[in-house]
Every structure is written in structure tokens, then in C-alpha cells.
Design a protein around this ligand. Structure first.
Ligand SMILES: O=C(O)COP(=O)(O)O
Ligand SMILES: [Mg+2]
Length: 226
């Protein structure tokens, strides 16, 4: 007899996407039919994972902005505010830095608790300014995130588990970058896809042989076949 699948917590960029960040269409098959809670935990601004859940057709159970915003069972919590990150971003630009998203900045327009900066930006200058404002800079491989220290995706997963009366130790986590290390610590079992950065690989229980959605599906398929 097959055992029930576990709840899962999935990073988006680099884990459910290809290298440039395009969603892998196989998520439309595997996630709506997953017979346990699915949490999307991302660095993306809050509306992105909410819309992704909507269009995939799954419950909106989301950690966004690296833990800054959490949504479960219709309850939303904000665990940081954007003001300090915004001030640092403005200082970065005053010193000649470029946030790098062009005229219309959809990356930050609806971001409530941090500021994300294009990887083309001057990293040394960004880190220097962020440090002056006592902020962290996370490099996800898709953007630099200027954020409040101590607020992480893993905290969001814990909060969701309290809301939904789940045990984080039952969760299987999959991710690709340093912003997933906290999720890996909170979840019971964790996997880094082959394209993951060194921090994620070191934090994961297991590093997968396959990259991106191929890696993610290898875990989900084997969980289904148990
Ligand atoms: O927004 C990013 O920079 C990365 O997003 P992710 O956490 O879903 O990989
Ligand atoms: Mg990622």
C-alpha cells in the first residue's frame, strides 16, 4: 500500500523554473494533485506567489519576500517593513548605484517588506550601504535582496505550521539558494537542486543530481512512489 505524501515547501526561482526564471509547466500537473499541503516560499514580492497559487489552482499558502510576508488560511502577517530597506536603496542610488529594473520597477512595486536589486548592480556598493543601515543582502542568484536581518523563509514556514496546525518536521523542502537554508533547517527533510549555490548545498540533507524542475520532480516522484 502506498503511504501518504508529506507536506512540501518549495522555492520558486531556480526550483520550479528554468535558469532564466521561466516557470516549468510541469508544476501545473504535480502541484494541484499533491495530496498534502503545498507551501510556496520565495523571495519574490507577495503578489507573485499568490498569483502563482491562483493560476496553478492550489491553496494560497505562501511565504513571500524571504519571510517578510506570510499567508495561510486567509491570514496574512507582515514581519518586517520596507522603510529601512527603502532608505538604504535611496542612499545606494544617491551614491551612483542603480537598482537596475528600468523605468517601471515591477520587481519592487508591490514589495512590502524589503527591496530587491538587479544582479547587474554594484554589489560592493550595495553591501557597503546596506551594512550602514544594519541590513542584510541576500544573493538568490536572481536578485540581491536588501532586508531586515533575522527574518527568513524558515520563520515563515514555522508561522504557517502554527496557523495550519502542522508539524514543520513533516515537511520536505526543495530549494536552490542561500535564502532557502532557513527553510531547510526548519523542514524535516531538505533537498538542494543541482544548480543550487554553495550555501544551499551545505544546508540541505541531500544535493540532487538533476537541476531545476528535473531535480524537484525527482524528489516529488519518489515521494509519490513510496
Ligand atoms: O526573488 C528572488 O530573487 C528569488 O526567488 P526565490 O526565492 O523564489 O528563488
Ligand atoms: Mg530560488
Amino acid at each position: 500500500m502506498e503511504t501518504a505524501v508529506p507536506p512540501i515547501v518549495l522555492d520558486i526561482d531556480g526550483t520550479l523554473t528554468d535558469a532564466p526564471g521561466r516557470l516549468d509547466p510541469r508544476v501545473f500537473d504535480v502541484l494541484p494533485t499533491w495530496d498534502a499541503p503545498v507551501v510556496l516560499a520565495t523571495g519574490k514580492a507577495f503578489p507573485y506567489p499568490v498569483s502563482l497559487c491562483h493560476y496553478i489552482g492550489i491553496e494560497q499558502t505562501v511565504v513571500a519576500e524571504n519571510g517578510g510576508v506570510v499567508l495561510a488560511a486567509g491570514e496574512v502577517s507582515y514581519n518586517a517593513d520596507r522603510d529601512a530597506a527603502q532608505a538604504a536603496a535611496e542612499e545606494f542610488e544617491a551614491r551612483g548605484g542603480d537598482i537596475g529594473w528600468g523605468e517601471f520597477d515591477a520587481v519592487n512595486k508591490w514589495r512590502e517588506t524589503e527591496v530587491a536589486v538587479n544582479l547587474s548592480a554594484d554589489e560592493d556598493l550595495l553591501r557597503e550601504v546596506a551594512a550602514e543601515y544594519d541590513l542584510d543582502v541576500l544573493d538568490t542568484g536572481y536578485a540581491y535582496h536588501v532586508k531586515t536581518p533575522g527574518i527568513e523563509k524558515g520563520d515563515g514556514l514555522r508561522a504557517i505550521c502554527e496557523t495550519l496546525d502542522l508539524d514543520p518536521a513533516d515537511f520536505v523542502a526543495i530549494g536552490d539558494s542561500e535564502n532557502d537554508a532557513s527553510t531547510f533547517e526548519v523542514a524535516g527533510r531538505s533537498y538542494a537542486v543541482a544548480n543550487a549555490d554553495d550555501v544551499a548545498k551545505a544546508a540541505a540533507d541531500e544535493v540532487l543530481e538533476e537541476s531545476y524542475m528535473d531535480g524537484t520532480l525527482s524528489v516529488l516522484d519518489s515521494l509519490r512512489e513510496r
